[in-house]
Design a protein around this ligand. Structure first.
Ligand code: ATR
Length: 281
């Protein structure tokens, strides 16, 4: 039985143990996957304890993704660009490798599960924090026509655009600068939903064919952002449950070399009475 875990603080509502258990059953892998609450100020030490006690790898969630990036002895290119790590691999030589599967998780959910096109489309991202940094690289690799990042603190959007300047010309702005352009895809990457709020984005960014996507999810009911989008006439709106399952599948692949089927797992989680609400990873 090989050991894996998701670490974070808080962690009790994490769906990752359930998802990985379903993947393990589906692919016939003998693994055990647990949720572990780490102390806010002892991340490095506690991760090394897990490594020493024989764990093969861990997923990392809020608020440790940047610390995991710093801790890793080496980084995959997608983790290096994201500035955040959600997957650590404890290697046989004792080294810790860091990867980031969030961005590929989002692009698989959008493109494969929901048939959303990114190439030549106008994309608006709300928020400029860690979650947004994790998804930008894979979105840019699909060559959108325009990528605007709006944030309450404009300086953070400007800094993000500077950090990705070598890849793409991202347009940073404030919410009050929006409204003159309609977007094909609007992604909510803010944590406003945790307080049941939506970012102050004008309705006029929505066109009749706009698709909205919330990185947050709620297995039971639409998130406030999904509700806002549908009430304002978005063509379609999705929460981030599919992304959660897709990023988990990519981590599973990184660790086990097998790619589980995600569709049935997403279905099951929606039906799962024991699912919890409004959390990331
Ligand atoms: P995460 O790792 O989840 O991205 P973060 O780095 O703290 O967390 O970023 C949170 C993001 O949500 C930021 O873009 C934040 O805007 P600021 O940079 O201006 O703080 C955004 N955010 C949080 N609450 C918000 C709210 N009520 N309205 C609009 N944006 C909000």
């Amino acid at each position: 039985m090989e050991l894996y875990a998701v670490v974070g603080n808080p962690i009790e509502h994490s769906l990752s143990p359930r998802i990985h258990q379903l993947f393990a059953e589906e692919t016939d892998q003998a693994i055990q996957y647990e949720a572990k609450l780490l102390d806010i100020d002892r991340f490095n030490e506690q991760v090394k304890e897990l490594q020493l006690s024989g764990y093969k790898g861990i997923n990392v969630t809020v608020p440790f993704k940047h610390q995991a990036w710093e801790l890793a002895d080496r980084l995959s290119p997608r983790a290096r660009d994201a500035g955040a790590v959600n997957t650590l691999i404890f290697q046989p030589d004792g080294q810790i490798a860091g990867d980031n599967t969030d961005g590929i998780g989002l692009s698989r959910d959008l493109i494969i599960n929901h048939q959303v096109l990114i190439e030549h489309r106008k994309i608006l991202i709300l928020g400029a924090g860690g979650a947004v940094r994790g998804i930008i690289g894979p979105l840019l690799s699909k060559k959108p026509e325009l990528l605007t990042v709006a944030n309450r603190t404009v300086d953070k959007a400007v800094k993000l655009a500077e950090d990705f300047k070598h890849v793409w010309d991202i347009s940073p702005c404030a919410y009050e600068d929006l409204g003159y352009e309609k977007y094909d895809l609007i992604i909510n990457g803010t944590s406003a939903g945790l307080e049941n709020e939506i970012p102050p984005v004008p309705d006029s960014v929505l066109g009749i064919n706009s698709v909205c996507y919330d990185l947050m999810y709620d297995a039971h009911k639409p998130t406030v952002f999904v509700e806002w989008a549908l009430n304002r006439g978005a063509l379609r709106a999705y929460d981030g449950l599919g992304m959660l399952v897709e990023q988990a599948a990519e981590s599973f692949y990184v660790w086990r070399g097998l790619r589980p089927e995600t569709g049935p797992v997403i279905e099951l989680l929606r039906q799962d009475a024991s699912s919890h609400s409004s959390i990331i990873t």
